[in-house]
Every structure is written in structure tokens, then in C-alpha cells.
Design a protein around this ligand. Sequence first.
Ligand SMILES: [Zn+2]
Length: 324
Amino acid sequence: MGCRTRVIGNNYDPSREIVTGRGNLSFTSINLPRLAIKSDHNVGLFFDKLDEMMDLAIDQLMHRFRIQCQKRVRNFPFLMGQGIWIDSDKLGPDDTIEEVLKHGTLSVGFIGLAETLKALIGAHHGESEEARELGLEIVGAMRKRLDEEAKRTGLNFSLLATPAEGLSGRFVRMDAKKYGIIEGVTDRDYYTNSFHVPVYYPISAFEKIKIEAPYHELTNAGHISYIELDGDPLENLNAFEKIVRCMKESGIGYGAINHPVDRDPCCGYTGIIGDVCPCCGRKEHSDNVAFDRIRRITGYLVGTLDRFNDGKRAEEHDRVKHNV
Ligand SMILES: [Zn+2]
């Protein structure tokens, strides 16, 4: 799972709300746009379906948790045998690891809030105030259900803004086949990452931050917001700092500013390169060597998109830069 994973709160032992010796045990992501399509613009029906799906996801996480708990210390000679996980040093090789795993998190995630809102009311949260309110209501309901489950079981149930590295293309392919092409919902090769405003939607950096920030507090298993900048941030440090400050003031838990970074593998120059390297004057593809163009795909900084799936490649292609 991605860099956004957050394991801090500890419902099982509030005296140890720490990040070391613990981890996420498993997470299951809900295809929100499919629930919205099936609800046919009926918001009440959507919430009923969401409730049912939350129950199913929680059952499934519990089922998996019980299986994980039957394992013994000797099955994990490093994590448990060497005392890496909390309290595992107090166990013998034949003890089950149940007590240790109770410190881990069980998370439900979601994908495509933007497409969900489009399907339900015809606008996403970048486009209308009504969608902004409904979006927070949807994600707020998921968090509430998980908090109740955490209270009931004493375990660490939490809500994740899923990175959807693989799901991004997979769910929409299945839904387009089953329900056809629906404008703003199934008409692209990917569903939008978690609660993000769609990457193709033109919006200022500050507006995007203000819209996405409230979801950070709701998604206690992890989250991230991206701002896409054009050009070299070193040329405009003032704007860069303004964005970071706006993130902090708005309550962004984890923010990232993406900007192009190019590199000439021949002379080693790093910065923004057009057709010609400003350092050595070499042209792109002269000597059959291309410039590296580093881009961020979820948590990964990559020089080429070749190894990514179609969904993520299409998403990268659609990205617009955010004005400051
Ligand atoms: Zn060069």
C-alpha cells in the first residue's frame, strides 16, 4: 500500500498511540461509483446500499482478521520472533499472535467520490456546493460506521482514502461494460483517486486544497492531496510557500506538490529541460538518448510510464496544472 497509510490512533490500547511496532493488517476498498449508478439518482437508496456494503466490508475484514490471529509467532520469525511488533517479545514461538495484531488497523477504503457525485446529482465537488456537502456526508457516514465498529469491537477500524493504483482502471472497466458509458462517470479509463477533485478539472491550487482538506480529518487510515505545478518551483518560491501554508491552515494532513523534474542522463543536469539541455546544449534524442522526465504516479516518482497500467497512464495524461 502507498505512502499515505496512517497508523496512529490506537483504540485497543489508547496509551500506545504510536507508529512503531504496528501496521495496517488489511484494507478493502468500496466501488462507490457502482453503488451510485445502481441507485439511479436516488440519494436515499445510495445511502442504503452504502450501509449494506460497509457491513459486508467489515464482515470480510473480521473474517480475515480471525484467520491472521490464528498464526503463531514462529510463522513470522522476523516481525514477531525478533520482537518488532508491539509485545511480541513477550510471546513464545508457539503462541498465537492475536494479542499483538489487535494493535494493527483494519481499514475500509473508497474510490471515485467525484464520479459518485456525478452519477447521483450530475456534478462533482469541484463543480457545485451541493456536491461538496453531499461528498462530506457520504465520507462522513463511512467514518461514522467505522467508529461505531471500533467502539463495539475494541479494534482499530479506520477509513482509508484508497490510492487505487490497480483499482483505478479495473473498476471503471467493469462498470463501463456492465452499465455502459455514462458521461462524467464511466467515460474515462480511470476512476478518480479517493476524494480528489478530478485531475482533468481546472481549478486553482487554493480552491482544491480548501475542498479536499475536510476529507483528511475523516480518513483516519490515510490520505493525501496533490497540487500540480507547472514550471520550476525554484523560480517561484513565494507561490510554493503560499501553497504549503494554505495546506497547513486548511487542515491537510498530508500534502504533495508535484512539479516536473527533467534530467539529462548524459551531463547529469537536473531541472526543467525543454527541447535542449541548458547545461550542455544537447538536443532531445541526439545520440539516441532521451531526457528523463520524472513524474509522480501516486507515491512513485517515475521516469517512464511504461510499467504503469492503462488507468494510471490515462490519468497522468489528463492532469491539468493548478494556478496559484
Ligand atoms: Zn545536458
